[in-house]
Design a protein. Structure first.
Length: 253
């Protein structure tokens, strides 16, 4: 007991003696300030509500087409931002109240390599195929917000095989990797469009994982391009926003 009282007395003298001055008290390093160890880039709020801006002329055309048409086909090589811009526009429409839900669909087709049997429930089996859509959503929404919206059914991620027979009213629909859909599947998907809804179909006709004659994206886009109220936007290597080597590789591959 004697040792404890001595220690407490010494601690009290230390606090009262050395840190009596208000200016010299130990406190939070930088409360309420924007100080950052890196003076070149001050500390900033990590907000998930970002203003998406086009980084190329083709992307500007795509964003304008989404604003003006209820059905848009975005065709182009990898890295042109087709999926990202479509998902970003969907989140923007949901936040504004223009639509009541977002429906994201993608074919469960492997990229040239079978991953075999996957255990678990349907959601767990489809998770590897739908991961790119989760990534795009995660970049637009905080994890907590995304989880809440999916739990409430305001954001739905579904495989194409479960879309038949549905009517998607008051929804923002994104069909990703459409080059891996057959003509019949795309026809079925396009006719799901309901009232007050917008549908964006994205894909690269030159990079299908099906046999070339099975992919229906090229044929569908050529026919729909003649319909005045449907937007068909074709992106190219100049619109690629990934590493510059991606555009260089696509020129020779």
């Amino acid at each position: 007991m004697g040792k404890r009282s001595v220690k407490r007395r010494a601690a009290g003298e230390f606090n009262s003696g050395h840190y009596q001055d208000e200016q010299t008290k130990v406190r939070a390093l930088f409360p309420g300030t924007s100080w950052s160890p890196d003076e070149k880039e001050p500390m900033r709020d990590q907000s998930y509500t970002k203003n998406v801006k086009p980084r190329s002329e083709g992307q500007a055309k795509l964003m304008k087409a989404i604003d003006e048409h209820n059905l848009v086909l975005a065709l182009g090589p990898a890295g042109t931002g087709k999926t990202y811009l479509a998902v970003a526009k969907g989140v923007e429409a949901l936040e504004k109240g223009s639509v009541s839900r977002i429906v994201l669909s993608r074919p469960a087709v492997e990229a040239g390599e079978s991953i075999g049997f996957l255990p678990g429930a349907m959601e767990e089996k489809l998770a590897p195929y739908l991961r790119p859509l989760y990534d795009a959503l995660s970049d637009r929404l905080s994890p907590k917000r995304l989880k809440a919206l999916m739990a409430e059914g305001l954001i739905e991620i579904a495989p194409i095989g479960y879309m038949r027979g549905r009517t998607l009213n008051n929804a923002f629909v994104v069909v990703d990797e459409a080059q891996n859909c057959t003509y019949g599947q795309l026809k079925m998907l396009l006719t799901r469009l309901g009232w007050h809804s917008t549908m964006i179909v994205t894909g690269d006709p030159a990079q299908t994982d099906l046999l070339p004659e099975m992919s229906g994206l090229q044929g569908i886009s050529e026919k729909l391009e003649m319909v005045p109220d449907i937007g068909v936007v074709r992106l190219d290597q100049g619109d690629i926003v990934r590493h510059p080597l991606v555009a260089s590789m696509l020129d020779v591959l």
